[in-house]
Write a protein that binds this ligand. Structure first.
Ligand code: FUC
Length: 349
């Protein structure tokens, strides 16, 4: 197990540190104290060749805007909140509106634009970084001071474990995710259209024209959202289904997971043999096939474009504050928020 820290740059006198975690097989993860952004994950293909399987900007300065939210932790609330307002305990709260009057991915200065406190650790069987941050009362319009901790741990099973913990002094909506774009081809040799996705999910949430859940919970049977037997992403992206069209030919949809910590999400690239298994205790996952990746930004030595990566955003259901029949995303004052998502990298033939 190895941990290397190096300063990349600084922002107003605050050092931006890159932490590289390496396990005994040579799997490596690099992440920053800025936004807890993951900038590289090196894993082997079926021939034992280690290559990077995540999207990352070529220059650090691109993370200061980071329109596609590459690699970052998203909070206080991942996803969209309609009309940037909600009611809680008889009070109306107005949030910063950063997308068509709606609130997206934490607002103006979400957790992806924060310099987190960071402490690396290295033990016999695991290596990691613990990030912490206090989100203050009123930030982006949210109530309460929230102390947040995010821990990235790498072990010798080629597992990355992301665990989130938080405690608030007032009730507040709260659900975190990680917005890493995966591309298992290795060093982004290809887009993700040949990847296959399999999920244990019987239900998904249709979206309105602003990509916010309508409130309907729909059975996946007979739709392009039925991933129970697995589907090639090309098949989904080429579908004429109105929900696939609505979001720019692909997925940008929440799925409700049937099971937890049970190989519920499996992404597979046949050519490289790389497989990613995602397991979580979260209610759902927003699957986003990179339909809106802005063009012409420099990432992975390429010009960015659609479908270069896929996000598997494990989280509470988006806009839950407006849908009483969705599981609540309210973190009660004094209660511990605790959530874990595990990413296991394997090879299959
Ligand atoms: C995803 C999507 C969005 C957005 C973004 C960058 O989570 O839900 O539509 O484009 O992230």
């Amino acid at each position: 197990m190895k941990l290397v820290q190096e300063q990349r740059t600084e922002i107003n006198g605050h050092p931006i540190i890159a932490f590289t975690l390496a396990n005994d097989h040579g799997m490596e993860i690099t992440c920053l104290n800025y936004g807890c952004i993951i900038t590289s994950i090196l894993v082997p293909d079926k021939n034992g060749k280690y290559e990077n399987v995540v999207l990352a900007f070529d220059d650090f300065s691109s993370y200061l805007t980071n329109r596609p939210y590459l690699g970052a932790v998203i909070g206080r609330v991942a996803g969209r909140i309609k009309n940037s307002c909600f009611e809680l305990n008889g009070k109306t709260y107005r949030l910063y509106a950063n997308e068509n009057g709606n609130h997206l991915h934490g607002g103006k200065k979400g957790f992806h634009h924060i310099i987190w406190q960071a402490a690396g650790f290295s033990k016999k069987e695991e290596v990691g970084v613990c990030f912490s941050h206090r989100s203050v009362d009123g930030e982006e319009g949210y109530p309460g001071n929230v102390d947040v901790q995010v821990t990235y741990t790498l072990n010798n099973e080629n597992e990355l474990i992301i665990s989130y913990q938080a405690i608030s002094d007032e009730d507040t909506p709260f659900t975190l995710t990680n917005h890493t774009y995966f591309n298992l081809s290795g060093n982004v040799k290809k887009d993700i259209l040949q990847h296959e996705l399999k999920m244990k999910s019987d239900r998904f949430l249709p979206l309105d024209h602003e990509f916010i859940p309508t409130g309907e919970i729909k059975d996946v049977t007979g739709t392009p959202f039925d991933l129970r037997q697995g589907k090639k992403l090309r098949e989904v992206i080429e579908s004429t289904d109105p929900q696939i069209r609505l979001v720019g030919q692909g997925y940008d949809h929440p799925f409700i997971l049937n099971t937890h910590h049970d190989e519920e999400i499996v992404l597979f690239d046949r050519e490289s043999g790389r497989t990613l298994v995602v397991e979580t205790d979260e209610v759902g996952v927003v699957v986003y096939t990179g339909n809106q990746i802005p063009h012409g930004e420099k990432m992975n030595g390429l010009q960015s474009r659609k479908y270069l990566g896929i996000c598997l955003e494990t989280q509470a259901l988006p806009d839950a504050v407006h849908h009483p029949h969705f599981p609540s995303c309210i973190l009660q004052a004094g209660q511990l928020y605790s959530s874990t998502t595990k990413y296991t990298f394997r090879v299959s033939y």
